[in-house]
Design a protein around this ligand. Structure first.
Ligand code: DGT
Ligand code: CA
Length: 573
């Protein structure tokens, strides 16, 4: 798949243009294109051959020509030129949370600092202070931020890891020598970041599996090739381990390599108490003198032998799930099928690619009952926020679409900006005309924790606000979460009947699993929204469902699991 390569180049270009202080609309066009390319199901190579690149939303003639150049030459002249102007290390400095392009440029030009290592030393030795605007607090931020960027290099966000794992699994599945195949590890648990991918296989011909695996086109480097285990580095620099295990041990191997390590330890202790020994080869009775294998074929068999309920991989983090499973008190965690609609998508009215009608039809195809179209508000100019007059036009158009289409209900909504002073970007007189109102912070990320918390809580207090979008502002590769007093926000959310969003957009996943877990304990409701700007991004709901499952959410915790009538009633407060 060329998609990820092209998306990567476009993202890097966006960052470099940002550093050069170029037009924000141009920068956004590259970012948008990268996101859309990553979301489309089609291979760019194929679209290129069919001369259909411009069918992708956000790709005009100009960008299509750039994609053609990348496909045919392997790179882009513009990209190579920019790379000569701006060192890689400087770009990496931009990933430091709170360090804007202007400051990075200043540091680079005035102090010739061109890597995060040099930046760290300079911050620690007070060398940055000679620059205007750099204070002790900025230094502390930089030191913390460098750690964050380094950590980011070691682990990959789940959505990227899933794409890589999918490529490997789908190619290997075609081999007739392979009987069972399953990715394990943190990927199977859907942890938000993944260090390496562990894949398990059963086969009678391990040697041919190893040959095929190490020869796949996605392989950049072979680290080790053995009889039953091989490790490679993928083109995306991700380590992938493949193990061939015995059919009779598949369940115990899957259990072991799914982890987490903490969960495994808990389970092993429990087994010992019951007179068993558990490892990746099976469950053995420790009582008889000669160890006897009593289970191992499937995970279900092992859980049942331990006299406990089956624990879904997403729960295996030693957060109380083992104890709950023993008492048969595990939550009935939500599944994709329970989701009756998406509560946050964008249309052409603001920065999305589609009309209301096309969005509604796509929602129908997903077997949804409802879809909430929440476009940006007037002051967010880079996202084409809607002037008030346009919102009234949209309300009218939504009404017509609803009259025309059966079986799907379009909620006319907005994603209204919470302005720097905590006020909202639209008057109440407009908000009350909408079916659903999501409030979001898109500016002023550098404010103090107290200010950001106050803004969020101020929005919760407005009686027309239903949902707080991406409550911590995290955006992979762009910025870390901003600081808010999450306990306070949770309290306000439950007090004022406001749901907190699990934004499913792959680079966001905000709230994350731990926040979600806490939100449930505090009695707050959660709302899933993909933040889709093109139809292909509807499928990101799956990532949000994983977050919800890891947060132990059940149907009653989630607005998207309500029937449309109940939902509309809830939204009216
Ligand atoms: P990652 O790769 O850091 O994202 O996270 P995991 O959970 O995939 O960890 P990894 O790849 O090191 O190991 C895969 C699984 O193997 C892990 O979840 C549990 C199991 N495992 C690895 N090392 C140990 C160990 O020392 N003790 C136990 N009980 N299990 C282990
Ligand atoms: Ca792993």
């Amino acid at each position: 798949m060329k998609n990820q390569e092209v998306a990567h180049i476009f993202r890097e270009i966006a960052k470099m243009l940002d550093l050069k202080g170029e037009n924000p609309f141009r920068i956004r066009a590259y970012e948008r294109a990268a996101q859309n390319i990553e979301s489309v199901g089609e291979d760019l190579q194929k679209l290129f051959e069919q001369d259909a690149l411009t069918t992708i939303a956000g790709i005009g003639e100009d960008l299509a020509n750039k994609i053609k150049e990348i496909i045919t030459t392997g790179t882009l002249r513009q990209f190579e030129k920019l790379k000569k102007e701006i060192p890689q290390g400087v770009l990496q400095m931009m990933e430091i949370p709170g360090l804007g392009p202007k400051t990075v440029k200043l540091i680079y030009e005035k102090l010739k600092i061109d890597s995060i290592d040099k930046l760290e030393i300079a911050a620690k030795t007070g060398k940055l202070r000679i620059l205007e605007g750099i204070r002790e607090k900025t230094e502390e931020n930089i030191i913390r931020g460098v750690g964050f960027v380094r950590k980011g290099q070691e682990r990959m966000p789940i959505y990227q890891a899933l794409i890589i794992a999918h490529n490997f699994v789908e190619s290997l599945k075609k081999m007739k020598e392979i009987e069972k195949i399953e990715p394990a590890g943190s990927l199977r648990r859907r942890k938000e970041t993944v260090r390496d991918i562990d894949i398990l296989v059963t086969s009678r011909k391990p040697a041919s599996v190893m040959d095929a695996f190490t020869r796949l086109p996605y392989v950049k480097e072979i680290l080790a090739k053995g009889e039953t285990k091989s490790s490679i580095i993928s083109r995306e620099n991700m380590q992938v381990d493949l193990r061939v295990v015995q059919k009779q041990s598949f369940g115990s191997a899957l259990l072991y390599f799914t982890g987490s390590k903490e969960f495994n330890i808990k389970l092993r202790q429990l087994a010992i108490k019951r007179g068993y020994k558990v490892n990746e080869y099976g469950v053995f009775s420790a009582r008889s003198r000669r160890e006897q294998k009593v289970a191992g074929k499937s995970e279900e068999e092992i859980f049942s032998l331990m006299k406990m309920a089956y624990i879904f991989p997403e729960l295996r983090e030693d957060r109380g799930e083992v104890e709950a499973a023993l008492k048969n008190k595990l939550p009935k965690i939500v599944t994709l099928k329970d989701i009756k609609g998406d509560l946050h998508v964008h249309s052409k009215y603001s920065d999305g690619a589609e009309t209301i009608e096309r969005i509604a039809r796509k929602a129908s195809e997903c077997h949804y009952q409802f879809i909430a179209i929440c476009d940006h508000s007037q002051s967010l100019k880079v996202a084409n926020g809607l002037p008030i007059k346009e919102v009234y036009k949209k309300i009218e158009e939504t009404r017509k679409v609803n009259a025309r289409l059966k079986g799907i209900y379009v909620l006319c909504g907005t994603e209204v900006d919470i302005l720097s002073d905590g006020s909202l970007d639209y008057p109440d007189s407009l908000l009350k005309k909408l079916d659903v109102v999501i409030a979001a912070i898109h500016t002023g990320f550098k404010q103090s924790k107290a200010q950001l918390t106050k803004r969020t809580i101020a929005a919760c207090k407005n009686k027309y606000i239903n949902i707080i979008a991406h409550p911590t502002g995290r955006l992979w590769g762009v910025r870390d979460s901003y600081e808010i007093d999450f306990e306070e926000v949770l309290k306000a959310a439950s007090d004022y009947n406001v749901a907190l969003e699990i934004n499913c957009y792959p680079q966001r996943l905000d709230l994350n699993d731990m926040h979600t877990f806490k939100a449930k304990q505090a009695g707050a409701k959660l709302a899933l929204g993909t933040d889709a700007h093109i139809l292909d991004q509807f499928k990101a709901i799956d990532l949000g469902v994983s977050v919800a499952r890891r947060g132990w959410l059940e149907r009653r915790d989630i607005l998207n699991c309500m029937n449309v009538d109940a939902l509309l009633k809830w939204l009216k407060k």
